[in-house]
Design a protein. Structure first.
Length: 222
């Protein structure tokens, strides 16, 4: 993960942490408005109401700021994962819950997740950062696929982690298109529920989790 300059501002206590958060909040706004690749340190400083010199007391460049924001995202995902369903309860409902959790996380962290996608096109370091973030989800999904294989629900010849990476890619890119870029056109879901239900349905059937819902098919909310 890209490292930030934590030593100096941790020494100044609560005021320093507040200033750091102000800078990160400003960066999120600038990344959302201008895109990570077009964002400038001076724009972030202006948005934060700070001088560029103050900003440089905390971060060397926008790369370090994005790295700090991605650390916050990873911490959020790990905290959410603490409340996840146990591995032996991987049903269509718990699967939908897992998809919805990532969808909510992406919605909450759009500037940084779109930012790392764009940054990875020009900076190999961010390819590794994104792979580290993906690793958390891919390993969890892969572990659940192994259990489904042992239960006879999923093809035992399937590599569980390759399958997990493929399923995760479906979710990630759908979030990028529908949330990150707000792409319009054929196939765009009418609501968050429709997007989550569709992805969950495809995952469930790909993995052999096909028990019917007690309440019948879920309808997209309007």
């Amino acid at each position: 993960m890209a490292q930030t300059k934590r030593t100096d501002h941790q020494r100044v206590g609560a005021k320093g942490r507040q200033t750091e958060q102000t800078i990160k909040d400003a960066a999120r706004k600038v990344f959302a408005r201008d895109g990570y690749l077009n964002a400038r340190i001076t724009d972030i400083a202006d948005e934060a109401g700070k001088s560029p010199a103050t900003l440089y007391n905390y971060f060397d460049n926008k790369k370090e700021i994005l790295g700090a924001l991605l650390e916050d995202f990873l911490e959020y995902v790990l905290d959410e994962g603490d409340d996840a369903e146990p591995l032996d309860e991987y049903t269509s409902e718990s699967l939908r819950s897992a998809v919805a959790t990532f969808w909510r996380a992406y919605t909450e962290f759009i500037p940084e997740l779109v930012g790392v996608t764009h940054a990875a096109t020009t900076d190999p370091d961010f390819v590794q950062v994104w792979m580290q973030i993906r690793e958390v989800g891919v390993r969890k999904i892969g572990a659940r696929i192994k259990i489904l294989q042992a239960e006879g629900a999923t093809d035992p010849n399937l590599n569980p982690y390759v399958a997990a990476s493929a399923l995760s890619s479906m979710l990630e890119h759908s979030c990028y298109l529908w949330l990150g870029t707000n792409a319009q056109g054929t196939g765009r879901p009418a609501s968050d529920d429709q997007a989550i239900d569709t992805i969950s349905y495809l995952w469930s059937h790909a993995l052999g989790i096909t028990e019917p819902r007690s309440d019948g098919p879920r309808r997209a909310r309007t």
